[in-house]
Design a protein around this ligand. Structure first.
Ligand SMILES: Nc1ncnc2c1ncn2[C@@H]1O[C@H](COP(=O)(O)OP(=O)(O)OP(=O)(O)O)[C@@H](O)[C@H]1O
Length: 255
């Protein structure tokens, strides 16, 4: 995915997002970090094709994203938002089935294949025991995983996740990230996610994009980009690296 000369603003007077050039690497996990209001969700909305740039373009295989029909786009890009409104009285399975709609055509659909893909998506999100429950009956964490299962069922090239761990306890945060990582590793799905937790960004990403004031101020491998000096500059945090007994480095906050 390539982004060229992109500008976007919520109020027409002054561009908020201004990006000259950005390439999202295929089959990698890219995480967007940055302070509140820096434009992370807006960038994700532009990449997803939910927002229209004022100038410039988002290219998928050299085709402008807005020239791709909504149905074709849904085969290429799946999005899980921070808050997702489930249709009332849908069971988990019915919700996940929505992920197969883009594959319907005038000849119908191969129901058997679809059912198998839905089974796998529900399994990958660890919701098999919940599949006949109504979505409104689920806990916040289970609900988030139901949306993830829907996105898995889309079998898209790209999976975009906007702060997917926000409503989850730590165990479920790590569980969700592990499931996403598994999809990336086993199916080469390109992942673009927004995370607030800097350690999670460090541990789960191949590439980091740092935003501030609507611009990308750094991009690269996590440990190259996220130095204590840089984190202090962007997030006004005093941090240092701590190496755990397994040799994994973590950022810790100091006074
Ligand atoms: N629908 C909207 N209409 C008008 N302004 C908006 C809209 N959505 C976001 N903004 C503004 O655009 C700016 C960037 O918002 P955005 O949600 O992209 O930031 P973010 O980096 O994702 O923030 P956070 O970390 O708080 O989620 C903010 O100043 C916000 O108030």
């Amino acid at each position: 995915m390539d982004i060229k000369n992109l500008t976007f603003s919520y109020d027409k007077k002054k561009p908020f997002i201004e990006l000259n050039q950005l390439t999202i690497k295929d089959s990698k996990i890219t995480t967007i970090i940055g302070p509140n209001g820096s434009g992370k969700s807006t960038l994700l909305g532009l990449i997803a094709g939910h927002l229209k740039a004022h100038s410039g373009e988002v290219l998928l295989d050299d085709v402008n994203i807005h020239q791709i029909s909504a149905k074709e786009r849904a085969k290429k890009i799946a999005v899980v938002h921070q808050q997702n409104e489930a249709p009332e009285h849908y069971t988990v399975r019915q919700l996940v089935k929505i992920g197969r709609y883009p594959y319907r055509n005038k000849f119908g659909q191969n129901e058997e294949v679809d059912e198998q893909i839905i089974d796998e998506a529900i399994e990958a999100a660890s919701l098999t025991a919940e599949e006949e429950r109504f979505v409104y009956q689920l806990s916040g964490g289970q609900r988030q995983r139901a949306w993830l299962a829907l996105a898995f069922a889309q079998q898209s090239d790209y999976l975009l996740l906007d702060e997917p761990t926000t409503y989850l306890d730590l165990h479920h945060q790590l569980d969700l990230l592990a499931r996403v990582e598994e999809k990336n590793k086993t199916q080469n799905q390109t992942i673009v996610m927004v995370l607030h937790d800097l350690n999670q960004a460090l541990q789960y990403s191949d590439e980091i994009i740092v935003m501030d004031g609507g611009r990308i101020i750094a991009q690269g491998e996590p440990f190259e980009v996220m130095t204590p000096e840089f984190i202090h500059k962007v997030f006004k945090l005093n941090v240092l690296f701590f190496e755990d007994p397994n040799g994994v480095k973590h950022l810790i906050n100091i006074k």
